[in-house]
Design a protein around this ligand. Structure first.
Ligand code: TXA
Ligand code: MG
Length: 306
């Protein structure tokens, strides 16, 4: 794609209809929120979520924020108890993200949470994102709409400069009102923990202050409880082999060797291998190109001695 292949349409009914059509087709679309522009995709579709990472060129899988219309849609996805309900009542729609326990059986692609049993959710206040959520009728995963390592975009032209040619559409809603990403608070047991300061001040001190915790390297990141061996062309004794392309395995990330499909399947396959009766996990070689870089990063971390 060249930059001309990225359409920019001013926010309005036409832009939302086109964005909803693309999202239903599994494409990511840039949309304004009240904080920064987000790169939104159907959170229930693993390959659509993998396309977010592909477009951003992100070398690792960081769990993403899921955007919903309101607290009742959030409660379909996450365990929404007293504390969460109170915060949502006071601050939604708005720039507050809650990290909550993921509801069992919630129709959320495992790539969204990077396999974690928790999920980050917010109901955005911007009418464009709200209209898109209404039109699609599904939760939308959306990180900031910038290439990996670049600053968050607060105008359509920032998105174009960073992702032009890599995404089909930018909905232009003018400059964002806040220009700063949402406050993130975890309500996953014990007192609320501030994970990222932002526009909503709850009077909490930043959790883990003084400790370096780069995004994507959260201590809580999912890692299987069994030893994991990389670049395996066959299963060893008592190993569950996760295949790819020509290596068949007990399961496969992608029989056709498609990296988008492999990324979408990664955390499901790891969980399945962990739940098997085998005492170890082996994974076939994955090419290091494109999304393969993020897949290999995740696998290397899962294989690292603990
Ligand atoms: O304002 C915002 O929040 C913007 C707009 C587009 O809504 N979105 C945004 O998303 O900033 P992103 O993907 O750039 O930031 C997501 C942050 C990451 O730091 C990630 O580690 C954290 O949320 N996060 C997501 N799920 C989590 C989880 N289950 N546990 C802990 N942290 C989580
Ligand atoms: Mg970001």
């Amino acid at each position: 794609m060249s930059a001309q292949n990225t359409a920019i349409i001013a926010y309005g009914p036409e832009a939302i209809a086109e964005a909803a059509r693309l999202i239903a087709a599994g494409e990511p679309v840039a949309v304004p929120t009240e904080t920064v522009y987000g790169l939104a995709a159907d959170a229930t579709n693993g390959e659509a979520v993998a396309r977010i990472y592909e477009a951003k060129g992100r070398p690792n899988f960081n769990p993403l924020i899921v955007h919903v219309r309101d607290a009742s849609q959030a409660a379909e996805i996450a365990l929404f108890e007293q504390q969460a309900r109170e915060l949502a009542e006071r601050h939604w729609p708005g720039p507050l993200t809650l990290v909550l326990p993921l509801r069992e059986g919630a129709p959320i692609a495992s790539l969204v949470t990077a396999g974690l049993p928790t999920i980050a959710i917010r109901a955005p206040a911007h009418p464009a994102m709200q209209a898109l959520l209404d039109a699609v009728g599904r939760p939308l995963a959306a990180p900031s709409a910038n290439a990996s390592g670049r600053i968050s975009p607060t105008r359509a032209r920032h998105v174009l400069a960073s992702l032009g040619g890599r995404i089909p559409l930018i909905v232009d809603g003018g400059p964002t009102a806040l220009g700063l990403e949402s406050t993130i608070v975890a309500l996953t047991g014990g007192p609320p923990r501030l994970l990222r300061p932002g526009p909503v001040d709850l009077g909490l001190a930043l959790a883990n202050e003084g400790r370096i915790e780069a995004p994507g390297q959260l201590g809580s990141h999912y890692a299987p409880a069994k030893p994991l061996r990389l670049d395996a062309r066959g299963a060893g004794a008592d190993e569950w082999l996760i295949g790819f392309g020509p290596v068949p395995g007990n399961s496969s990330l992608s029989g056709s060797g498609d990296l988008l499909e492999a990324a979408a399947n990664l955390f499901e396959r790891l969980h399945e291998a962990e739940a098997s009766t085998a005492s170890g996990i082996a994974v076939a070689p994955i090419p290091a190109t494109g999304l393969g870089a993020a897949i290999n990063d995740r696998l290397r971390r899962a294989a690292a001695p603990r």
